[in-house]
Design a protein around this ligand. Sequence first.
Ligand code: SF4
Length: 349
Amino acid sequence: MVALWTAEILAEMRRSLLDWYQQAGRTLPWRNEPDIYRVWVSEIMLQQTQVKTVIPYYERWLAQFPTVEALAAADLQAVLKQWEGLGYYARARNLHQAAQQVVTDFAGQFPEDLDKILCLKGIGRTTAGGILSSARNLPLAILDGNVKRVLARLIALEVPPVKALDELWDASETLLDPENPRDFNQALMDLGATLCTVKQPNCPRCPWQNHCTAYLKHQPTDFPRKAPKKQIPTKKIVAAIAFNLENQVFIQQRPQDGLLGGLWEFPNQEGNIQPLLTDLFPGAQYERSLNTVFHAYTHFKIQVEPQIYRVNLSGSGWVSFQNLKDYPFSKAHLKIIEQLQDSQLSLPI
Ligand code: SF4
């Protein structure tokens, strides 16, 4: 299908997309930003997160870590605290590590050579293309989720995008305007985010309507083809919210690697909590349970029952309830803290 675009058609598609972008493109804080560090932060935050959620995080992040040096020198806990609530925390850990790579290996200058960029933690081909086309106007294609959807519709791709990545990269590279890669890529992302949306593509306003195979077949929402749905398991977890006699609460840090690495949490256990209680809180007195908390990750869901305990212990890991805000927590555990605040369970007994 890609080979069917003649030079004239490609020129027309580029021109019509750029014209549309001039009129309808979004105004975003990182758009036309020459500081590569700022563009890089935006690209990482935008992976799997929508623009409206990203903007306040982006602004707070730059206020706290205005340069790559500031980020590299920061404590991981401060980095995770800034990311708290944005999800996919590996992005924050990788950004932090990559900043240290830039400072140590590249004297603080973000590399502009594709091979070197791809050595940085958390930067793959589409992120590299996004950063260099946006900040330096280099002719590198992108293929994020929005772009995959637009291209899959454009060529009426008959298999799920994940099974045809080479073909989609080929399409993105073929379409890219070598004269104006910055605006072209930004326009393509805006097209996916604002017109070629998942559920209700606004084809009548689309600059590529005449070239879009899915539209011409009257089936835009039949594309991209979906991979068969896998059953997502639910894990039933009990969290022990232990208060001591000074009304401090016990928290622990997750290992640095893996899901939610480096975040803090209340001790928890899938299934029976008794062995954990015996181990950490001997003599714990059960008080009551809070409302069950639900959260969905990419490959599984969790259902957490928070149980309040009183114990006669102190020392390492015990913090005052007011100081919990200094620690980065996952969404599920933040929901538990909100309930604790609402019910004022932290007040001295
Ligand atoms: S015509 Fe419709 S389906 Fe095709 S690219 Fe445009 S908005 Fe998407």
